[in-house]
Design a protein around this ligand. Structure first.
Ligand code: GLY
Length: 567
């Protein structure tokens, strides 16, 4: 009996040893010259080939962006929008906003019935949910202003992939299958995402000839190949067919905007992130500024006190997000106040050693949760020292699920990121105020947080994530794991995560994030919990690059199918 239990103990020790070895095997990809990290290995390879040919990080980012529209159709796109944060080797930081816009025919109460009740399906699905797409204009703007090679060169690999096809992985197959009933509603979508009406299998070659023709037109005519002519006609025809709002005038008027980044500091690092119409940069800095008032010891990570401090910082920040964030071209966002160290100190001073109930928290005074999380982030770094951080989205997985007939690309459902009825939650459970109410030509508020962290004024960390409202807290935890807890970049982005967004007053967490004892300690502080159930129980999906001592380390989150590719 005794021999048996000694034997069993040895087996257990062996299993623990093997597991810990596996943990340490989780190393980032290391390279000397350049790196692209995206949700699709094929798209990362497209970007790296551009770098190898002498292109810079902006060239590679645009090539990767077009490739993701082919190889990661659930979120990579030409029919959606995005944000690009750039830090150039010459020290300049900038951002490009190619967020979708509300059409000219949009109006404040367009998603309410005659009694003033919000009708979620109008903002969340179908043609009424489509915002004027910005991705093509934004990527071309970035390339023309900061790239070094031609549109023809950066787009050709994506055209080849769409014509020749590429092998579907398990992730693609499962996503196509999951949304099959949605695709059935539109013959163009059903045709695109099924193999002559049958479900695709893993390993099948997926060809997109109509998408290839659209990309060819963009290659030939630039913006005019998408916003005018055949493709624009097909888009408008499709939208009109189902009673949508977008017209040719909307397409003619769409322009990306270059904006000054949100810049702040955290423990000596410089944080460069996306300004409004994303809430990401401001909210990230508000949380970092608040947390800077504490000092964390390596052993604090994951403990109840650590979780408590982060969650309180999150609550105050999301309360401010609700009230003050919107399109800066339409609403005066008190940006400088929200990211000031002084304001963060006032939040820090309000945090006690117990949970503050959300109904006792209100936004700073200067003057229901349900989320689809398919956005995608990619990070790029080149041998010249340029860094690019891009988050792009169709909003939900496959956006409005409407493929433009004859043009082969999906249209977004981004209009749901507006506050359709101030006070009513959107698909992400996020509340909004007048700051984010619908107006013609206004950009809807986003949570996308493409970020570059500088150390001694040089890129140190390039990071971002999908995840709707959870993007900002996922990026926060990825950064803290590097700056405060000295994890390598792979461990930092794979580590378990939690999230709070003020309302609902709950800590959302991934399975196995908290031990029973930590959870009990947090309950005794007054917290309640909900295990993350949506989107395969993930909170974010980080794609990051860390540059240290001339070595470039890249990693894609274990939660997703992507890859870091370096050379
Ligand atoms: N559609 C998600 C976001 O922009 O945050």
């Amino acid at each position: 009996m005794k021999t048996k239990s000694i034997f069993l103990s040895l087996v257990c020790l062996l299993i623990l040893f093997i597991n810990s070895c596996n943990l340490f095997k989780e190393n980032p990809v290391k390279a000397k010259n350049g790196m692209v990290v995206s949700a699709s290995e094929i798209a990362s390879n497209v970007g790296v080939e551009i770098l190898k040919k002498g292109g810079n990080a902006i060239d590679a980012a645009v090539a990767t962006g077009f490739a993701l529209a082919v190889t990661y159709p659930q979120a990579g796109n030409i029919g959606g929008g995005g944000f690009m944060v750039i830090h150039l080797a010459n020290g300049k930081s900038t951002t490009i906003d190619y967020r979708e816009k509300a059409p000219l025919k949009a109006f404040r109460d367009m998603y309410l019935d005659s009694a003033g009740n919000y009708i979620p399906k109008l903002s969340q699905t179908g043609v009424t949910s489509i915002g004027v797409p910005g991705s093509v204009a934004g990527m071309i703007y970035a390339l023309e202003k900061y790239g070094t090679i031609s549109l023809k060169e950066v787009i050709q690999p994506s055209i080849d992939l769409a014509i020749d096809g590429w092998k579907l992985n398990k992730w693609n197959k499962e996503h196509f299958e999951y949304y099959k009933d949605e695709f059935k509603k539109y013959s163009s979508s059903f045709k695109t995402f099924t193999n002559n009406g049958r479900l695709y299998e893993e390993g099948d070659i997926f060809k997109q000839p109509e998408l290839a023709s659209t990309l060819e037109l963009i290659k030939e005519y630039g913006n005019d190949g998408f916003y005018k002519g055949i493709i624009a006609d097909l888009m408008i025809k499709q939208i009109n067919k189902y009673g949508g709002y977008i017209t040719q005038e909307d397409l003619d008027k769409y322009k990306p905007v270059e904006r000054k980044p949100i810049i702040g500091s955290y423990r000596g690092y410089k944080i460069v992130s996306m300004p409004p119409p994303s809430s990401g940069g401001i909210a990230l800095l508000e949380m970092l500024n608040t947390l800077e008032n504490y000092s964390f010891d390596k052993n604090d990570w994951g403990g109840s006190d650590y979780v408590h401090k982060l969650v309180e910082a999150m609550k105050y920040t999301y309360a401010d997000r609700t009230e003050y964030l919107g399109d800066p071209d339409f609403f005066s966002v008190p940006k400088d106040k929200l990211i000031s160290k002084k304001y963060a100190k006032t939040i820090f001073e309000k945090i006690t050693d117990r949970a503050t109930p959300s109904n006792k928290i209100t936004h700073g005074k200067f003057t229901n949760f349900k989320e689809s999380k398919e956005t995608t982030h990619y990070s790029v770094y080149d041998k010249f020292g340029n860094a690019v951080s891009v988050t792009t989205t169709l909003n939900s997985s496959f956006g409005s699920r409407i493929v433009v007939e004859g043009a082969g690309f999906l249209l977004n459902n981004e209009m749901d990121d507006f506050s359709s009825k101030p006070g009513e939650p959107n698909i992400y459970g996020l509340l909004g105020s007048e700051a984010n109410s619908i107006q013609p030509e206004k950009r809807m508020l986003s949570s996308m947080t493409p970020t570059i962290v500088l150390k001694d004024e040089k890129p140190y960390l390039v990071i971002g994530s999908p995840g709707g409202s959870q993007i900002i807290t996922a990026v926060l935890q990825g950064i803290l794991n590097v700056t405060d807890f000295k994890m390598n970049i792979k461990q930092a982005i794979d580590a378990p995560r939690f999230h709070n967004q003020w309302l609902p007053d709950k800590i959302f967490y991934e399975k196995d994030t908290f031990s029973k004892s930590i959870k009990n300690e947090l309950v005794s502080l007054g917290y309640s919990f909900e295990e993350e159930k949506l989107d395969k129980r993930k909170i974010g999906m980080l794609a990051a690059i860390l540059i240290n001592n001339k070595n470039i380390f890249g990693a894609f989150d274990k939660r997703g199918p992507g890859k870091a590719v370096g050379y």
